[in-house]
Write a protein that binds this ligand. Structure first.
Ligand code: NAD
Length: 259
């Protein structure tokens, strides 16, 4: 894969998990990074970690909540101001919400999941796409296997991730003519803080047992690693990705093919 030297890439939800793993991967390839998160302390710690390994990488940190339109305008403007353009956008920030039967689902949590996972991704597209029209670009939205399948007890998450898959297809249709390639990834269970939290909900006394039980049904008999997702995202953000557009790509060890 070509280097990302001189490429300006925005990553949301960069303080930990999938966002941080991709930030590290692209730092190694010399990208100029605008890293966004609403957890300011976490983001500062993440940047310190990246800078230790890659001291010469250019990083702009923006503390922003992706569910707030003004915050989204702020991070897009910052990336443009500091790096002069936006070549790639990893529209990644998201939350799981709580697990509950759909009829009993707490409405405030439901709306929060929709605000972050659906509106946050939409605001990102709304303000990044116009910045790419002149020179083209690459966008990776983060859906989930919950964006192509149902997942028990996660109604707002599944609804929001199906919406991400839909918006990905529309962005591809409407902006492909500007050489903007928009795709989504649909990860299965990847071992990040979000998934560790989910296993705590399944078995508060022994989350590791819940993880082992869950891993048994995967064809590979294990969970995914954030670095494995990062390499797929890096491809989709690179100039090598030149005709893949509007796809929702599962990265789940093959589990979503199972009946
Ligand atoms: P994580 O909880 O480990 O990290 C998410 C990061 O996003 C955190 O740093 C958090 O502070 C940030 N964030 C959350 N809401 C935000 C907001 N409103 N504004 C700004 N920052 C915000 O989660 P993760 O596992 O790395 O998940 C990243 C994305 O991948 C999410 O969209 C998630 O739904 C999706 N996903 C993850 C998995 C998985 O197995 N880990 C599977 C499918 C999809």
């Amino acid at each position: 894969m070509k280097s990302f030297k001189e490429k300006s890439i925005i990553i949301t939800g960069a303080a930990m998990g999938l966002g941080l793993a991709t930030a590290k991967y692209l730092a190694a390839k010399q990208a100029n990074l605008t890293l966004v998160d609403y957890n300011k302390e976490g983001l500062d710690a993440a940047i310190k970690e990246i800078k230790t390994d890659y001291p010469s990488v250019n990083i702009e940190a923006v503390s922003a909540d992706v569910s707030k339109e003004e915050n989204v305008k702020k991070y897009v403007a910052k990336a443009k101001e500091v790096f002069g353009k936006i070549d790639g956008f990893y529209n990644n920030a998201g939350i799981e919400g709580r697990q509950a039967d759909m009829v009993d689902y707490d409405l405030d949590v439901f709306k929060k999941v929709i605000d972050i996972n659906l509106m946050g991704v939409y605001y990102g597209l709304r303000y990044v796409l116009p910045e790419m029209v002149e020179h083209g670009g690459r966008i990776v939205n983060v859906a989930s296997v919950g964006g192509i399948r149902g997942v028990l007890n996660q109604t707002p998450y599944v609804a929001s991730k199906h919406a991400v898959a839909g918006m990905t297809k529309n962005a591809a249709l409407e902006y492909g003519k500007h050489s903007i390639f928009t795709n989504a990834i649909a990860p299965g269970a990847i071992l990040t803080p979000m998934v560790e939290e989910a296993f705590k909900q399944v078995n508060p006394d022994d989350p590791k047992a819940a993880e082992a039980e869950y891993s048994k049904r995967n064809p590979t008999r294990r969970l995914g690693k954030p670095e494995e997702v990062a390499s797929l995202v890096a491809y989709l953000l690179s100039d090598d990705c030149n005709y893949v557009n509007g796809q929702v790509i599962a990265i789940d060890g093959g589990e979503s093919n199972m009946y």
